[in-house]
Design a protein around this ligand. Structure first.
Ligand code: CP3
Length: 345
């Protein structure tokens, strides 16, 4: 690893970097005209995910355009449900649609071989991307957390995840079997991404905020803890980032049980308060409001200054509090990078 890899150095013993590394969740996507062109050529979103040459190209696009410090492999958290043959498709204007998994449905025995076969193009894309990426840029692999994947599996689409929350309460034993199956799948997928060349991995628990305090322990924290242990047994010391979105006051319990991971913080949390909770060593990531990046101008500058005021307190990766919005003007992303790198503009 290159000694001037800004992203990776945040995880070392060195003090906080100036300027800090920056990448953006969903940085490869529809706000980029060059993404839309490849997406049109690929035909469908899943075709884009499963064709290494396309996936490599769209992974590298935001690095070429913005010189971000890290690339995130182009794929989706839902490929694991696709590998479970849940009839995943992406509908225009609707997002993902799957065959809803009825609570109580007996799951077929876990068979990771079929998943490895289905997801082989992801691993090939990672190997190709790492070979094409300069040494001072990191490559991030990722997966959805079991809870968030279970939300989509049970509900069959986005929107409200009440059906999944209800299943955690009314069919807890069955739900546990689903979570256990997903935990094994996610751990395997992350280990294989690291083997293929990813430098770090991020776990997205986008719907962590839908769980109450009791549910949060069992369905958010416990499976992520198990995954981190399995991944670290395979790849000790590998940087792992976890995004328990909208954890709110439950974040203290989360970091107490996961002191060994970086935390990606959503825009609703007070970053200074989170830093005081985690102490000076934990790597934090985030947490600009994606809408501030849509707004740009003074609104963005003001929020950047507030974030910058917390940087001396510990290692930080500049990012958004959730994925970049499709309507984000490219000039605003450039403005943010200038703010971070020049401390002006
Ligand atoms: O960050 C990156 O650039 C890497 C690629 C990436 C995508 N999805 C590509 C994508 C990553 C890391 C994800 C994560 C993901 N996918 C999450 C967790 C983060 C979050 O946003 O909360 C979730 C919940 C999903 C599931 C998913 N995939 C949804 C709900 C949708 C539809 C909503 C939408 O934005 O259209 C997708 C589709 C998707 N995944 C697109 C992209 C670029 C858009 C599809 C298209 O191009 O047609």
């Amino acid at each position: 690893m290159s000694p001037n890899n800004r992203f990776m150095s945040v995880f070392g013993a060195a003090p906080a970097q100036t300027p800090p590394p920056i990448w953006l969740m969903r940085q490869a996507g529809r706000y980029l005209p060059e993404y839309r062109a490849v997406r049109a050529e690929a035909g469908s979103f899943l075709q884009l995910c499963y064709t290494p040459s396309f996936a490599v190209e769209v992974t590298l696009q935001p690095i070429r355009r913005f010189d971000f410090d890290a690339a995130i492999i182009f794929s989706d958290i839902l490929v694991i449900l696709d590998a479970m043959d849940r009839s995943l498709r992406f509908e225009v204007g609707e997002g993902p649609v799957l065959a809803p998994l009825e609570p109580g449905t007996v799951l077929p025995p876990l068979e990771l071989g079929a998943q490895v076969e289905r997801l082989a193009p992801v691993y090939a894309a990672i190997a190709e991307t790492r070979a094409a990426l300069v040494a001072n840029k990191a490559l991030i692999g990722f997966a959805g957390a079991p809870w968030t994947l279970a939300c989509y599996a049970v509900n069959g689409r986005g929107g409200s995840f009440d059906a999944a929350v209800l299943a955690t309460m009314a069919s807890a034993d069955w739900f546990q079997s689903l979570i256990d199956d997903l935990t094994a799948r996610v751990a395997d997928h992350l280990c294989r991404q690291l083997d293929a060349g990813a430098d770090a991995v991020q776990i997205f628990d986008s719907w962590a905020g839908a769980l109450d305090q009791v549910g949060f322990e069992r369905w958010c924290i416990a499976p992520i803890r198990a995954i981190v242990d399995r991944v670290r047994a395979h790849a000790p010391n590998v940087p792992m980032i976890v995004f328990p979105r909208q954890a709110g006051s439950r974040l203290a319990r989360f970091v107490a049980q996961l002191p060994d991971v970086a935390i990606s913080v959503d825009q609703f949390a007070d970053l200074g308060a989170v830093r005081r909770t985690v102490g000076p060593k934990t790597v934090l990531q985030g947490n600009l409001d994606p809408l501030a990046l849509v707004a740009g101008g003074e609104a963005l500058t003001q929020r950047w200054r507030q974030l910058a005021g917390t940087l001396a307190a510990g290692p930080h990766i500049v990012n958004l509090g959730h994925g970049i919005r499709q309507e984000t003007p490219i000039a605003h992303v450039e403005h943010l990078i200038t703010l971070v790198r020049d401390g002006s503009a």
